[in-house]
Design a protein around this ligand. Structure first.
Ligand SMILES: Nc1nc2c(ncn2[C@@H]2O[C@H](COP(=O)(O)O)[C@@H](O)[C@H]2O)c(=O)[nH]1
Ligand SMILES: [Mn+2]
Length: 397
């Protein structure tokens, strides 16, 4: 395995290339984005290495939020000239982050009042599911029970959330003003995906073709891509309905400022780009969250260096501890009540006693370091930093 430096803060750890005289390694090129490669988790690197050895893989990138996943590293991008691997996208096809500017001035935000109004939001949406899907160009059948219809408009479990935030700091006033963004408003971030639909698509695909790479031109790959694209579009509608439900509950209006997908496979440079927990650098502004107890960053991707990282960015801070580790360590140290407030004085609604430990801010890496790595690699320019006010995960116990 070669050890080369490519660009300012991107480390090419393997040049790969079967048949290369200087390198007998079977893996493709792996680039890590980060100032200190020693900080990457060895298990996540092993997982990255395994994907780099898949027959037909062309290039692999580990982003600063890289962490071990369920067999596949999260915080990574995988490019192939001619193959698609559904399991690299995973089950939460289309998961992403939306950021809304609300009509509420920060000075009028009352945490207790908002908390009291956020009721019934884990229940199925009582709106016209099939019409909402049809308006997005999706088949009405996707509203069926077996395809996750009743979950449309709900956040789901895990680390999906809705968070009310305020602007802590405008880092680039010119850019901020050009967006017509308002510093004195409450903002709202929505993180969710395709719920049961994405899971159903992946599990049917695994039954059919397992983990083998699908040659992109085959009917199998085309059929998967059609279902995948529907799940991505479903997830966008889901985030919009979630946002509208939360805004309505609090009596607010809002404008969606961005909606980005971090789990997908898309056509890219005459091939196929799989993003597994990677924000796109080619779809406009991004928001990169830290944790419920840390800041989030509104940023603009920088086009010049994007190719080094397969036009991908960190999608969050990334986990430092697994869910089990976080629960084991923190349930000894804290009571549930301790975790309902964060070090940034924000308020947490999470009535799932296990999840509140698993998702504690300590379980995540330091977001400032992740953002510093992206800036040092010349991949983003930060526009503003947002502070959490209230994070909603679930009322279900
Ligand atoms: N601002 C908040 N950020 C959070 C919260 N919980 C998790 N996170 C961050 O989001 C990403 C999402 O990761 P994914 O792999 O599930 O898509 C994660 O890495 C954290 O950085 C929260 O409550 N508030
Ligand atoms: Mn996600």
């Amino acid at each position: 395995m070669g050890n080369f430096l490519s660009g300012a803060h991107a480390r090419l750890i393997c040049s790969g290339g079967a048949g290369s005289a200087a390198n007998t390694c079977k893996c493709c090129e792996i680039t890590l984005i980060g100032r200190d490669p020693a900080r990457f988790d060895p298990l996540a690197l092993d997982q990255l290495d395994a994907t780099a050895r898949l027959d037909g893989m062309g290039k692999v990138v580990g982003l600063p939020d890289l962490h071990a996943g369920n067999g596949i590293a999260v915080g990574a991008a995988f490019w192939s000239p001619d193959r698609i691997w559904p399991h690299l996208v995973g089950s939460d096809i289309g998961c992403g982050m939306a950021l809304w500017q609300t009509s509420l001035p920060v000075r009028k935000f009352r945490v207790g009042q908002v908390d009291r109004r956020l009721q019934g939001l884990d229940d199925p949406w009582d709106g016209p599911v099939e019409d909402a899907l049809a308006a997005a160009g999706l088949p009405r059948e996707l509203g069926m029970l077996s395809l996750g219809g009743p979950s449309l408009g709900t956040i789901g479990g895990g680390n999906h959330f809705v968070e009310f935030q305020r602007i802590e700091e405008v880092v680039d006033p010119q850019r901020f003003a050009a967006l017509n963004a308002q510093e004195d408003r409450v903002w709202m971030m929505v993180h969710s995906g395709s719920r049961g639909l994405g899971q159903a698509i992946l599990s049917a695909q695994m039954d059919l073709t397992g983990k083998s790479g699908l040659p992109a031109a085959t009917p199998e790959a085309r059929a998967y891509l059609t279902r995948h694209d529907q799940a991505v579009a479903w997830a966008v509608v889901n985030r919009r309905i979630i946002a509208e439900r939360f805004l309505n509950a609090v009596g607010l209006s809002g404008e969606c400022r961005l909606d980005i997908t971090h789990n997908s496979v898309t056509a890219y440079r005459d091939g196929w780009l799989h993003r597994k927990g990677a924000a796109p650098a080619d779809c406009g502004l991004v928001v990169i969250p830290g944790s419920r107890g840390d800041f989030s960053y509104l940023a603009e991707p920088v086009a010049e260096q994007a190719e080094v990282a397969l036009s991908s960015l960190a999608h969050g801070a990334g986990r430092k501890w697994s869910r089990n580790d976080a629960h084991a360590r923190l349930s000894r140290r804290y009571k549930v009540a301790d975790l309902q407030k964060t070090r940034l004085s924000s308020h947490v609604i999470c009535e799932d006693r296990r999840l509140i430990f698993e998702e504690a801010p300590e379980a995540y890496k330091d977001i400032a370091g992740v953002i510093g790595d992206l800036e040092a690699a010349g991949l983003i320019r930060v526009i503003a930093r947002l502070r959490p006010l209230l994070s909603y995960k679930t009322r279900a116990s």
